[in-house]
Design a protein around this ligand. Structure first.
Ligand code: CAA
Length: 300
């Protein structure tokens, strides 16, 4: 079997990653069912997808007609059982919580057709562990998209211990068909993207914690010196400081190496609820509707 535009695709979870993934599949002609237990979350996701498509229309990279067709390709469902019963490919993008993901994969294994490939967008949870919650570990694979999904070219494809080579090659081809660039990696803590990204972010936070430099200086050095589109502290805010902390815990626990120990400042900020863009404050403060980047008063 190969994955084509006639393949029924279900995306589980209508948060930032889930709506981005649904957007990209639908824009490339796939019929997508977006599944979330919350109808309000599904409604918000459709509004976000529509706004992001408007951006593309106003930039001239998409026509009004293509926008309409993309939205028409997306349906929503609040029931996991109904939402995956005909799916040949499921991409799970629920909250990054291991207990939740294991339960979802147990359910997907029960309710999706036996032939369906089950992919996870996890950023750091072991694909092998997720696969072990199912009776089809050879059909479970990591398909790690980057945020913002419609813009970022990479799909990090993670082979679990038991992933079948045929499944990997189908997901590689699918990623190309979605206009992305796939990179296949093996299932070890943090895979490649976060094994390299998170220690850099952690080091930036430690540099701030040790007063080596301020927020703007650290980000400017990395933006102008290394041509990164965002400095590491702004990127940490964008990803979510809670997500960064949880990935560092995965690296620290998984390798048992103190070099991955999260900076105490990061731990404090997460404990205090300063999670970055999503909470309105991290290293910078964020006001809805404003693109200005203002350093948090805490770090001035
Ligand atoms: N949907 C569709 N298009 C979007 C979009 C979205 N959600 N967000 C931005 N765009 C488009 C804009 O329309 C614009 O298009 P053109 O190039 O055609 O003009 C382009 O993206 C750039 O956007 P902006 O002009 O608004 O802003 P910018 O130039 O500052 O770029 C950014 C924004 C793309 C987010 C850029 O800052 C960037 O690349 N940042 C780094 C992102 C990154 O590193 N992501 C990975 C995070 S790690 C991760 O996701 C994995 C993990 O496991 C933690």
């Amino acid at each position: 079997m190969s994955i084509s535009k006639t393949t029924a695709v279900s995306v589980i979870g209508a948060g930032t990653m889930g709506n981005g993934i649904a957007h990209v599949f639908a824009q490339n002609g796939f019929k997508v069912t977006l599944v979330d237990i919350s109808m309000a979350q599904l409604d918000r996701a459709l509004i976000t997808i529509s706004k992001n498509l408007d951006r593309q229309v106003s930039k001239g990279s998409l026509t009004e007609e293509q926008k309409k067709q993309t939205l028409a390709n997306i349906s929503t469902n609040t029931s996991l059982i109904d939402g995956v019963k005909n799916a040949e490919l499921v991409v799970e993008a629920a909250t990054e919580n291991i207990g939740l993901k294991l339960k979802i994969f147990e359910d997907l294994d029960n309710y999706a057709p036996k032939s369906a490939i089950l992919a996870t967008n996890t950023s750091s949870i072991s694909v092998t562990k997720i696969a072990a919650a199912t009776n089809r570990p050879s059909k479970v694979i990591g398909m790690h998209f980057m945020n913002p999904v419609p813009v970022m070219k990479l799909v990090e494809i993670i082979n679990g211990y038991a992933t079948d080579a045929e499944v990997t090659s189908q997901i590689v081809q699918l990623s190309r068909d979605l206009g992305k660039i796939p990179c296949v990696v093996n299932d070890y803590p943090g895979f490649i993207a976060n094994r390299i990204l998170m220690p850099m972010i952690n080091e930036a936070i430690c540099s701030l914690y040790e007063s080596v430099a301020g927020v703007e200086e650290i980000d400017t050095v990395m933006k102008l010196g290394m041509a990164h589109p965002m400095g590491p502290l702004q990127l940490a805010d964008f990803i979510g400081l809670d997500v960064c902390l949880s990935i560092l815990h995965v690296l620290h626990d998984g390798f048992g190496n103190p070099k991955y120990a999260p900076c105490p400042l990061l731990v404090n900020m997460v404990t205090a609820g300063k999670l970055g863009v999503k909470s309105g404050e991290g290293f910078y403060t964020y006001t809805a509707g404003s693109k200005d980047l203002v350093v948090s008063p805490r770090f001035k």
